[in-house]
Design a protein around this ligand. Structure first.
Ligand code: 5FX
Length: 477
């Protein structure tokens, strides 16, 4: 019998990725489908459509289904043995939403294994272009939600965040107010993560607590939907969302579609999918006191936190690997876009030139933004040592990297294993004991601390200017 393995998926903004690990946690397979390049018929740029108002940003939901068909075919042609997969989990870009048309559950359940999935599902979505996390078109819905909840801080106290335009409740409210008929035809609303899990389950997958915390709808302490928030967004929302579940839940076995078409074992378990940042927390094996920084399409900073106090900046999410604790998250949209723009404008489009320019710039920002703890870096740009050096100097802490830049994918594979044993009170830390330790990449430049400290105030002022200048698209938190 073939040795067991576990799959981790990442439905991210620009591509779909998969990783398979064996029982020793070694990566035995990796693949991806790049939306712009491999699915040009959808005509996305960076996996998305930016609409004419420049604020609405969507992705075609069928592109994600077609990408799944494509990656599974690639795995099959490369001889991947699907029958050895014992469990899988996955991650999705946070906040994005998928709208299933009435009656779709039957189509999902009975999809013919003779056809690629996207052909069966093409009539299933009441909204063909899903709003995603880059959308910032819901300012009026945000104001209305904060008002209904008695103010921004009160909403943050309940849901972990004040109202944010990309958060799903506000996106749903916009769809309902602009097109109540479409909303009426919708029987289920999924996050990208629970949508992806639904494709494997052949049924609507529940939303997990951790990704559910990015909606402005979940009471993060009680782990139940907040009625006042639901009511402020759209009528009949609770039944369209289903009940949220702990992130480690085993949702059921894989749909027969995959056993018949690809040879998966009918016993292969689907563990709840979650958001990409929560999945990265698992992939980086974050411990209390560590700070993780993910340098991707968006730049995010997150930490494991026991007793959070929600504030008007940043987000508190339920912890994906320990339901008693939380994770704090800061997100800077346009991370890699900004880096690429600076590379193009100041370094003739070359990463080598960019790195040279960085190392020739005198360090200057002795942060103390955070206590000195380990910093763990991941994401595409974490391969660039010069960028890591700046991080180390700014935070005045050593920076470590993990073997893969795909921490959300790897974290999903770890979570698949964890899901099988979590009910027996086994922690994720126990499950991933064998994984390679993060590697020290850089340490702070001596003297950097004194240089960076005075810049903090100026940085904060500039940041406020950019955030409150609607004409600027450089940095939007
Ligand atoms: C987090 O709040 C975000 O909006 C982004 O990091 C997305 O999750 C990127 F996929």
């Amino acid at each position: 019998m073939a040795a067991p393995c576990y799959l981790g998926w990442d439905f991210s903004t620009q591509q779909l990725k998969v990783i398979a690990i064996d029982e020793q946690l070694r990566v035995i397979y990796e693949d991806n489908v790049h939306f712009d390049k491999d699915l040009p018929e959808f005509k996305t740029q960076g996996g998305v459509y930016i609409h004419s108002d420049r604020l609405s940003v969507t992705s075609p939901v069928l592109m994600w289904v077609k990408a799944l068909d494509m990656i599974l075919e690639k795995m099959k042609s490369s001889g991947f043995n699907f029958s050895q997969v014992r469990a899988m989990s996955g991650a999705g870009q946070q906040h994005g939403s998928v709208y299933w048309k009435k009656g779709s559950i039957q189509i999902l359940k009975n999809a013919s294994s003779e056809l690629p999935l996207h052909q069966s599902l093409k009539g299933c979505f009441s909204v063909s272009d899903s709003p995603i996390w880059m959308d910032s078109s819901t300012a009026s819905q945000c104001r209305a939600l904060e008002k209904a909840l008695g103010g921004a801080q009160h909403l943050a106290n309940v849901t972990g965040s004040r109202a944010y335009e990309r958060f799903t409740g506000n996106q749903i409210a916009k769809i309902y107010s602009q097109n109540p008929e479409v909303y009426k035809q919708t029987e289920r609303i999924s996050l990208v993560s629970s949508f992806a899990a639904s494709l494997f389950l052949g049924a609507y997958a529940p939303i997990d607590y951790s990704d559910g915390s990015g909606m402005n709808l979940l009471q993060i302490w009680e782990k139940a939907w907040s009625k006042p928030c639901l009511d402020a967004c759209a009528p009949g929302l609770e039944e369209r969302l289903g009940c949220p579940v702990p992130s480690h839940s085993v949702l059921g076995p894989i749909s027969p579609y995959y056993s018949q078409r690809y040879g998966f074992s009918p016993d292969c378990k689907i563990v709840a999918f979650t958001g990409d940042n929560p999945a990265s927390l698992a992939g980086m094996r974050l411990q209390e006191g560590d700070i993780a920084i993910s340098l991707g399409t968006s730049d995010t900073l997150f930490l494991w936190i026991q007793e959070p106090t929600p504030a008007l900046e940043g987000h508190i999410l339920c912890n994906p690997v320990d339901s008693q604790t939380y994770m704090a998250l800061l997100c800077f949209k346009n991370g890699s876009l900004m880096r690429e723009r600076i590379r193009d404008e100041c370094a003739s489009g070359s990463w080598d030139e960019f790195s040279k320019a960085l190392s020739s710039t005198v360090a200057g920002n002795s942060g103390n933004l955070v206590p000195r703890t380990r910093i763990l870096a991941t994401g595409g740009a974490s391969h660039n040592k010069k960028i890591l050096q700046v991080l180390s100097d700014v935070f005045n802490a050593p920076v470590f990297t993990i073997d893969t830049a795909n921490s959300a994918c790897l974290g999903s594979a770890y979570r698949a294993i964890h899901g099988l044993v979590a009910e027996r009170n086994v922690s994720l830390a126990d499950v991933v004991k064998l994984a390679p330790e993060p590697r020290l990449a850089v340490t702070p430049t001596p003297g950097a601390e004194e240089l960076y400290r005075p810049l903090l105030k100026r940085y904060a002022e500039l940041e406020q200017k950019v955030i409150y200048n609607p004409a600027s698209s450089c940095l939007v938190k």
